[in-house]
Design a protein around this ligand. Structure first.
Ligand SMILES: Cc1ncc(COP(=O)(O)O)c(C=O)c1O
Length: 459
């Protein structure tokens, strides 16, 4: 019997002939040209008709058979089935990407990353590429040698007396925080969080169904005296309050530790950008004061890149064991190559060198940013980190200001975005690290024009 279908095989198409054939049968059954019960040409006749080997037609029929489009009746030929096979999911057409206007960003949080990787970076990755991976799962707390190196690092840089048993390698601050909440908190537990504060910490607490207690912040950081007694956990950014930028003074740090010892609460210290401070003395990490009450979170997101998704958590050895046990079951810890590369970077002094270089770069940018914006409001939080906050008069709508800046080509964060229930003045949170220096200057020039429309410079 001759095939009633016009079948075309293209030997130059790159798609195997049996798949081309099968697809033409599918299309014919789908659109009704071949009806249920229709008898197909035998594989031998079809092969002859198409001048292909029989294995091609056989493979096409086998495929259609396996997918349920056709059925064979022993000794009686091959027929189109009367059960309509499941239609394949229709792929949604991909919308062509919108042509984006080139935006300059002053949003806080991302460090400057040079387009050319430097030798220390390349050396670390080369070293990783020459090693075989571990034979099985590696340790849930992190590579032992890396935990050792990190203990040395946080001891030297943050003054925290600890050993590898106090260290857990994480995929960054938020990962560490979520792990800690999952292991130590129960739904409905209360947690105090700075207001205004870090949005991702708030989201993490909400996701764990915790009741969030908003604690006010002033230019020195968390108002410790306003912590209610019955809160079993506090999330705090003492080295550079996010977003207002206060550095918690020693007296308040001591008060916070005394409060935690009295109430038994856990203090979660987010030390996200402590590596950067300008012309001011270092302040002790809370973890330096009491590792039994404090869980300390460090990250590479501000020193090397947030894309590395790598950080560390420092806590008592019993807490580390609890967290590592949980992780051993969830299988959720940083990949071996990342850990191995960080180990090489720490060992070779690349991280220290990179921080020193960035600090010099940011110091100049910070000075320029403060000088440019000082006429438009009160600058706070400029002693540390990668951002400053420009506090504006009460009548300014900072969301509108950010929208106008965006319209003019600059992305910026309004301060109100970080506020929850504690009222306070409007403002802008300005990251000066991300763009190149010429782009920073350009972005600030644009921002000044927008600011002038909202708030004339103070004389
Ligand atoms: C307050 C605060 N903590 C932590 C981080 C970094 O989080 P991660 O280490 O998860 O990238 C940021 C980044 O913007 C931050 O603003």
């Amino acid at each position: 019997m001759e095939s009633s279908l016009p079948l075309i095989l293209d030997r130059t198409a790159g798609l195997p002939l049996h798949l081309q054939l099968a697809e033409q049968f599918r299309a014919a059954i789908r659109d009704g040209r071949l009806q249920a019960g229709h008898r197909l040409t035998s594989t031998r006749d079809l092969a002859r008709e198409l001048s292909v080997s029989r294995s091609v037609t056989q493979a096409a029929y086998d495929q259609l058979h396996a997918e349920g489009w056709i059925e064979g009746r022993t000794g009686a030929g091959t027929y189109v089935t009367d059960v309509a096979p499941l239609q394949p999911a229709v792929r949604r057409p991909v919308r062509p990407p919108a042509v984006e206007k080139q935006l300059l960003t002053l949003r806080p949080g991302i460090p400057y990353i040079s387009a050319t990787p430097d030798p220390g970076w390349r050396r670390a990755w080369r070293e990783v590429s020459t090693q075989s991976p571990p034979r099985g799962y590696d340790e849930a707390a992190g590579l032992p040698a890396l935990r050792e190196a990190l203990a040395e690092h946080v001891g030297r840089v943050r003054g925290i007396a600890c050993g590898p048993e106090n260290l857990l390698v994480t995929n960054g601050t938020v990962h560490g925080l979520r792990l800690l909440l999952a292991v130590t908190r129960r739904p409905g537990d209360r947690i105090a969080i700075e207001d205004p504060g870090y949005l991702n910490a708030v989201v993490a607490a909400r996701d764990h169904h915790l009741e969030i207690v908003d604690v006010p912040v002033d230019e020195d950081g968390l108002r410790v005296s306003e912590l209610p007694l019955e809160v079993p956990a506090v999330y705090v950014t003492p080295s550079h309050q996010y977003p207002l930028g206060g550095r918690l003074p020693v007296a308040r740090r001591n008060e916070l530790i005394r409060w935690a010892r009295r109430t038994g609460a856990m203090l979660i210290e987010d030390d996200y950008d402590s590596e950067f401070r300008y012309d001011v003395a270092p302040l002790p990490a809370l973890a330096q004061l009491d590792l039994d009450r404090v869980v300390h979170l460090g990250t590479l997101s501000k020193t090397l890149s947030p894309a590395l998704r790598l950080g560390w958590l420092v806590a008592s050895d019993t807490m580390i064991t609890r967290l590592a046990d949980f992780r051993a079951e969830s299988g959720d810890w940083p990949a071996w190559p990342m850990q191995a590369a960080l180990l090489a970077m720490l060992r070779d002094g690349y991280l220290d060198q990179s921080i020193r270089r960035s600090r010099r770069l940011y110091a100049d940018r910070r000075t320029h940013t403060c000088a440019t914006l000082a006429p438009y409001g009160q600058i706070i939080g400029q002693d540390a980190g990668l951002h400053i906050t420009l506090v504006l008069p009460n009548h300014v709508d900072d969301h509108q200001l950010a929208a106008d800046a965006l319209q003019a080509g600059v992305v910026i964060a309004p301060l109100s975005e970080y506020r929850r229930t504690t009222p306070g003045p409007p403002g802008l949170v300005i990251g000066y690290a991300t763009p190149s220096t010429p782009d920073l200057h350009k972005a600030l020039d644009i921002l000044v024009q927008v600011l002038q429309r909202h708030e004339p410079p103070r004389t």
